[in-house]
Write a new protein. Sequence first.
Length: 333
Amino acid sequence: MSSNAAVRDYLLDLQSRIVAAIEAEDGQPFITDAWQRAPAGTAGAPKTPAASSPRGEAPTVGRPGGGLEGEGRSRLLEGGVVIERGGCSYSHVRGRSLPPSATQHRPELAGAPFEAMGVSLVFHPRNPFVPTVHMNVRMLQARPAGGEPVSWFGGGMDLTPYYGFEEDAAHFHRVNRDALQPFGDDKYPRFKRWCDEYFFLKHRDEPRGIGGVFFDDFAELGFEHSFAMLRAVGDAFLPAYLPILQRRKGMAYGERERDFQAYRRGRYVEFNLVFDRGTLFGLQSGGRTESILMSMPPIVKWRYDWHPEPGSAEARLYSEFLRPRDWAGWAPA
């Protein structure tokens, strides 16, 4: 099996495991939108109809795709009992020229053909006491003319609570720390700091959430060990998030909490549309818009110059959680 085939098989299996676990928590099935994208000027082959699918599959017929070709499988849950809107997408695309967002740190690869594959997910829960979570793992490979293929990995996960719980934040970070430990003592502190810096709304001067880990353009361990680190991060997602989801999904809430959740979701939208490199990569490379914007929450609100009431649970989110902290080292007072 080729190295790229091994990455592909892992990513498809990871998507299936995550979707199955979330379906078990929610009780509602994800729909499946399988798609193919053919090069410009070709018709593309349609997928097999899904009339017999037990999971409500609705494949998209292949269509001309500009400079991109490839395939993907978007899994979406909308209007669930636990997950109000959640998407977990696999994509594997090839293009004639790397987009600017992928070469800003590698100018020598500008214009090179490329292959990219990954799994990306965002789950927006219905209960405001359950945090929104984002995770992605990906591989990008450039093929410069006259040179050997150049591969690198990226990914990570981060947590965006609306109402903060120290034990949840500590659990999430400790699972990430332990997953990265076999690859060097420096990896978790380095990737945590990178996450804190990356998921930051500069125009708001505030973090998007409580962070997690983030890495990009990573190949320093060689292909096999870098891929092993990617698998460790991907495999850590369910142990990091499921216990929090299970602990909070049954908590009682009211209109006040839902209103604050919708307000804070606005920050999520602002980051994804203004700063997120994955969103920019997809749009700049002519990617599939429905899959790229599947991360958007279903209900969002904005207010003019709003501030939480001092001493409230909403204010505590800002004072105690929306700032970098050593969550993995947290202990109850």
